[in-house]
Design a protein around this ligand. Structure first.
Ligand code: M6R
Length: 558
């Protein structure tokens, strides 16, 4: 989704371009930069990659930059951010939605303002221009803007004399400090290793940044330090590859944290789990473990929670690796009754503001759009909280699965890269792994993949199966015998069977060996082959798995 970066200090334009590159993983269609120099704001922007649009910015004392993921207005150069006011002295970059932009635009046009884009964002900079003319003071002008706009936003205004004004309401925005410079960003990644302190603005607050320093209105929360080392690519070709291979370490760190901090949850009442995408799959796993303990639990796709007509829960467990998924946050914003537990990989993220209890996965920053290490560590959190098992050997076993699955996944990818469809099947908890496997394959390799309970496949989906149709089975030791008849059914129709299980089967053309473990531990291991298959297939297809089309790492719109 959209990304914001800004700096006041020496070398600001170069920092902003570097920062924009680190935001690329979030997904974008256009990009731009504004630089303040000698009382003038210079803007470079357009459709396409940062390197194409802003590789050589002008020098300047302050700069802001933006990666845009279009919502209001098409993907055009005019709609790319930053947007200038009529005088050309102020520029704005914005994430989120200004809900009353149509009315504001009409009023501003009526007062002589000329708009150059179709975006909702442009009203901000025209209002700011009016505010400065009226009050002669940047902070007052910013408050004037804030009194006029409605919606969820994070925006940053650059002035021609090198000041930055930043405000947030419902979308993340950080302010970072170093000895000689002040930074703003929508995401901590560009600030890692650069800012010595990072603060998260609270909803409704703002910051005024000049060469003299930053003034933050109201309370700001200090973001815990995250190791910068972990976001480097190292020797890997892509972040997704690195993140799959990092899982033994991520699982170990998460396990250590859960034990060291003695994390536990006593839930006495009805539980709803809310999440999106991969985190929803983790919630299905959590739901299963809670129900196994006799707790009334139900997992929801967060964007569908509005249509729930049943009784209110006593607890909400919200799962989001980024902690910024708007579908989840918008539900939490309107909850008063239930106690909220957040499970997130991102300390200091917005979800914490709505949670009574926060539990972390310690996967380290995940850059690849496809969730991998955050998924297995989310499962681990649920297993730790609700299974009573002690998965001491899990990290080591994950390492073994990665090592043995890699060559086979590479071989399979050569073949799979030429296919257009696939099924992922399983029973019981293996359905969760099947869902996650199908999501991984489709989102990065663009191969159409669907997941079903294995028994359900003969009630319709099997009609598509013909010679060479790939069907991926996940079968834990607990479900293996029950799943085998479904493998037979698929083979009989010419399917190419790929199996992840602890026991081999001569029916499978590709067999991924997964250690013989309990039904609780198995999903954290059996998903790894599917992650690897998706990764290598995308690479074979010539795609960049870190940046699949149309997708963003954190989805901050509804
Ligand atoms: O940050 P979150 O865990 O809330 O993200 C939820 C989904 O957007 C995310 O899992 C998405 O489905 C990934 N692309 C899956 O790989």
């Amino acid at each position: 989704m959209c990304g914001i970066i800004g700096m006041v200090g020496e070398g600001a334009p170069e920092f902003v371009v570097r920062g924009l590159r680190t935001l690329e993983y979030r997904g974008y269609d256009s990009s731009g930069i504004a630089v303040a120099k000698g009382g003038v704001v210079f803007v470079q922007k357009g459709v396409g990659t940062i390197d194409r649009i802003v590789s050589e910015p002008p020098e300047g004392v302050a700069a802001i930059g933006h990666t845009r993921w279009a919502t209001h207005g098409g993907v055009t150069e005019f709609n790319a951010h930053p947007h200038l006011d009529c005088s050309g002295k102020y520029a704005v970059v914005h994430n989120g939605i200004i809900e009353n932009h149509t009315a504001l635009r009409q009023e501003l046009v009526g007062r002589g303002h000329v708009f150059t884009s179709e975006t909702d964002s442009e009203v901000i900079v025209h209002l700011f221009e009016e505010g400065v003319a009226r009050f002669g003071d940047y902070e007052k002008a910013l408050n004037y803007v804030l009194s006029k706009i409605r919606g969820q936003y994070a925006f940053v205004i650059l002035t021609a004399d090198g000041a930055i004004l930043a405000a947030r309401n419902g979308a993340p925005l950080l302010v970072g400090r170093s000895e000689n410079a002040t930074f703003v960003a929508s995401d901590p990644v560009p600030l890692l290793g650069v800012a010595s302190e990072i603060y998260r603005l609270r909803d409704g607050s703002y910051a005024v940044v000049t060469r003299a320093g930053a003034h933050i209105s109201g309370e700001a929360q200090r973001v815990p330090e995250i190791s910068a080392r972990r976001v480097e690519l190292g020797g890997y070709a892509h972040y997704m590859e690195k993140e799959i291979f990092e899982q033994p370490r991520a699982l170990r760190d998460t396990l250590d944290y859960l034990r060291r901090e003695e994390i536990s949850l006593e839930l006495d009442g009805r539980v709803h789990l809310l999440a999106a995408g991969t985190s929803y799959h983790a919630s299905l796993y959590g739901e299963y473990l809670l129900r196994r303990r006799g707790i009334d639990a139900r997992a929801f796709v967060a964007s569908e929670y509005g249509s729930w007509k049943g009784r209110e829960p006593d607890y909400i467990i919200a799962v989001s690796q980024s902690g910024e998924t708007e579908d989840v946050l918008s539900v939490l914003r309107n909850q008063e009754g239930p106690e909220v537990v957040a499970i997130t990989n991102t300390p200091g993220s917005t979800i914490e503001e709505y949670a009574n209890t926060v539990i972390y996965t310690r996967a380290g920053p995940e850059v690849g759009v496809a969730a991998t290490k955050t998924y297995t560590t989310q499962l681990l959190v649920f297993a730790h909280l609700f299974s009573g098992e002690r998965p001491d050997k899990l990290p080591e076993l994950a390492g073994q699965v990665i090592e043995s699955a890699k060559p086979l996944a590479e071989r399979l990818a050569d073949e799979l890269a030429r296919k257009n469809n696939a099924y992922f099947l399983g029973r019981g908890l293996d359905v969760v792994t099947a869902r996650e496997g199908a999501l991984k394959l489709k989102e990065i390799s663009y191969i159409h993949a669907e997941a079903y309970p294995a028994g359900e496949s003969k009630h319709g989906p099997i009609s598509l199966v013909e010679n060479g149709f790939p069907v991926f089975f996940t079968a834990s030791p607990d479900t293996f015998d029950e799943t085998l008849p479904n493998v037979h059914e698929m083979r009989a129709r010419g399917a190419e069977v790929v199996l992840a299980s602890s026991e081999p089967s001569e029916l499978a053309e590709y067999w991924f060996s997964v250690p013989h473990v309990s039904e609780v531990i198995f999903p954290m291991l059996s998903v790894i082959p599917w992650q690897l298959v998706a990764y290598y297939t995308a690479v074979r297809r010539g795609l960049n798995p870190d940046r699949p089309r149309n997708l963003a790492k954190s989805v901050t719109v509804r």
